[in-house]
Design a protein around this ligand. Structure first.
Ligand SMILES: Cc1cc2nc3c(=O)[nH]c(=O)nc-3n(C[C@H](O)[C@H](O)[C@H](O)COP(=O)(O)OP(=O)(O)OC[C@H]3O[C@@H](n4cnc5c(N)ncnc54)[C@H](O)[C@@H]3O)c2cc1C
Length: 549
């Protein structure tokens, strides 16, 4: 039996999508625990998924949010437009993220193909590298070198057994998948993406230029040289689980997902009355940001908010980026082992900046009479802008131009500048590629820009694990299994993008939230239904390989 490629493993091949959609539900907690209070730090996707499921189990989640509900799913609505948005955080969601889409579908969110380079949704692409510009609609329209690079990438992946692993994912054959993946983990944990390319037989037959071009054009979604220093394991997870293909754009903005969960009535059969929602439990608004966490003499968690108000809870789920547990939150050190603190603090975040403008119409679709080409195209370049994306909201509505989406050093170049300067810099770079297009004349409304690393509530865009980080990932990911922990370290659960093995993909935020839900469920003496075992029930058998210390 074979199905679609989904984000099933590879480290922990547990079917999260089946667990959340099973008619038996996620499990139950004893009657005495109904209404027990659980602090959920962060109202992003991970926090709202966790809080929604805890509420459905009959617990009382108390969501604390320091900034804005939605977290890194932030859809900025341009002033005066109705529903024209810029996706400042997550914007393209692979259909392989089936737990993410479980919730998106429950909320009835509509989605379209994301206008990625060389896909029909773009609809045309310009690749401008080293001062040379190529135009096309598919890879076949591009110079021969690009096609050789695409082929080299495919064969480089085959050198490490890509197809058999994907077949095991399709078949949901956890045993085979673990056997194959577990062989790769010790081989590639220590080595970078760049090392993988340069050592591969396929790329070593091509000139250096091939690696440069690959760094700009990537494998589906745009430039990947920003990831060259990352652990190769991280890149393998992305491609093996098809994160980089078949991506969707949530119409009206991805922020609707966490906000929708906030308002969604509790699952049928919950101990809470029908119609109860997170919003109704909170009087409409989350509690303020958390300033301190420790335990009282009875082993309950004392959570102090930024205004000094203290509340006690029977358990805590922390979904904010892990660095914030040492910067924003005075987190009692005894809540985690020193090994775990090491992992939390060694987490490495990638930087990311985006600059958007709203434009009067999707002018890029006009044909340039001189060349017969689109006036402007989805653009990948080695210039300052790196990736320029075009969002067409229909001929009668304003369009949106993501002038620049950049990571790492390219994002840092933008960090000191205000939004107007960022727009000027981006326009100047694009003018060199499109000398005859007056982009500025189409801009309407105020531009918007973001640097996630500049915000104390995030300190970075998302995790990007470095070589040697597998053990840190493993410690953080497996922290929801608390049986072997000393009592002082029990009852607080980590979740969110940076706890996941697939950072930068919202699916990881959902899956780790579900791990934490299982952890809280068992912490309160509950259990899963025998027909629907949860992640912790199968973790001893399917959990990530232990590389030892
Ligand atoms: C630029 C960018 C591009 C991305 N692109 C994609 C993409 O294309 N596809 C994809 O699938 N994913 C993408 N992602 C990843 C995706 O956005 C994340 O995986 C997901 O939104 C993370 O959700 P989370 O709940 O784990 O964390 P967050 O969204 O960060 O939520 C944590 C929350 O904690 C809050 N917080 C911080 N400190 C405190 C405190 N002291 N007290 C209380 N609350 C606090 C924060 O304000 C935040 O709201 C992207 C992310 C970024 C930044």
């Amino acid at each position: 039996m074979t199905g679609p490629v989904t984000m099933f493993g590879p480290d922990f091949p547990f079917p999260f999508d089946e667990w959340v959609s099973h008619p038996a539900g996620l499990g139950s907690v004893p009657y005495e625990a109904h209404g027990a209070s659980v602090a959920v730090i962060g109202g992003g996707l991970s926090g709202t998924v966790a809080a929604y499921e805890l509420m459905s189990l009959g617990l009382r989640p108390v969501v604390y949010e320091a900034s804005r509900l939605g977290g890194r799913l932030r859809s900025h609505e341009f002033e005066g437009s109705s529903g024209v948005v810029a996706e400042l955080g997550g914007m393209r969601f692979p259909i392989s993220g089936t737990s993410f889409f479980h919730y998106a579908d429950r909320l009835g969110l509509r989605h379209d193909p994301f206008p990625n380079p060389l896909t029909p949704a773009a609809p045309s692409t310009v690749i401008d590298i080293g001062g040379e510009t190529s135009y096309g609609r598919t890879i076949e329209d591009m110079p021969h070198l690009f096609q050789s690079i695409a082929k080299a990438w495919e064969s480089a992946l085959e050198e490490v057994g890509f197809t058999p692993i994907q077949e095991a994912i399709r078949a949901r054959d956890a045993t085979t998948l673990k056997r194959l993946w577990n062989e790769l983990v010790p081989l590639w944990d220590d080595r970078t993406f760049y090392d993988f390319l340069s050592a591969s037989e396929s790329f070593s037959q091509l000139p250096f230029r091939a690696r440069e071009v690959f760094g700009q054009v990537g494998f589906g979604t745009g430039g990947w040289d920003s990831d060259f220093s990352n652990s190769m394991l991280e890149i393998l997870r992305v491609v093996l689980t098809n994160c980089d293909t078949d991506q969707r754009l949530i119409l009206g903005g991805a922020e609707q997902l966490p906000r929708g969960l906030w308002a969604l009535p509790v699952r049928p059969g919950s101990p809470w009355p029908e119609g109860t929602s997170l919003a109704s439990l909170h009087g409409g608004v989350p509690r303020p940001g958390v300033a301190a966490i420790d335990k009282d003499g009875d082993g309950r968690f004392r959570v102090r908010d930024r205004w000094g108000v203290e509340r006690t809870h029977g358990a805590v789920i922390a979904t904010c980026q892990s660095w914030l547990l040492t910067t924003e939150i005075d987190c009692d050190e005894s809540l985690f082992s020193q090994d775990l603190w090491m992992a939390l603090d060694r987490t490495r975040y990638m930087q990311s900046s985006k600059t958007f403008v709203m434009v009067d119409e999707p002018f890029w679709k006009q044909t340039d009479p001189a060349t017969g080409r689109d006036r402007m195209s989805m653009t990948l370049t080695d210039r300052l802008t790196r990736g320029t994306y075009l969002f067409d909201n229909g001929d009668d509505r304003p369009g949106v131009l993501c002038l620049s989406y950049a990571w790492m050093s390219d994002a840092l170049k933008m960090l000191p500048y205000d939004v107007d300067r960022r727009v000027e810099l981006a326009l100047a770079a694009l003018r060199k590629i499109y000398p005859d297009v007056d982009i500025a004349s189409h801009i309407v409304g105020d531009p918007v820009a973001i640097s996630w690393e500049d915000d104390p509530c995030f300190l970075g865009a998302f995790k990007g694990a470095l070589p040697g980080h597998y053990r840190y990932n493993h410690r953080m990911y497996g922290q929801f299994m608390q049986d072997g922990l000393p009592p002082a370290e029990r009852g607080i659960f980590l979740a969110g993008d940076d706890v996941s093995f697939t950072p930068a993909w919202a699916e990881g935020a959902v899956q780790t939230a579900l791990n934490a839900v299982w952890g809280v469920l068992t912490h309160f003496g509950g259990s899963t239904h025998p027909d629907n075992p949860g992640p912790g029930d199968l973790y001893p058998e399917l959990g990530p390989i232990d590389l030892g210390e």
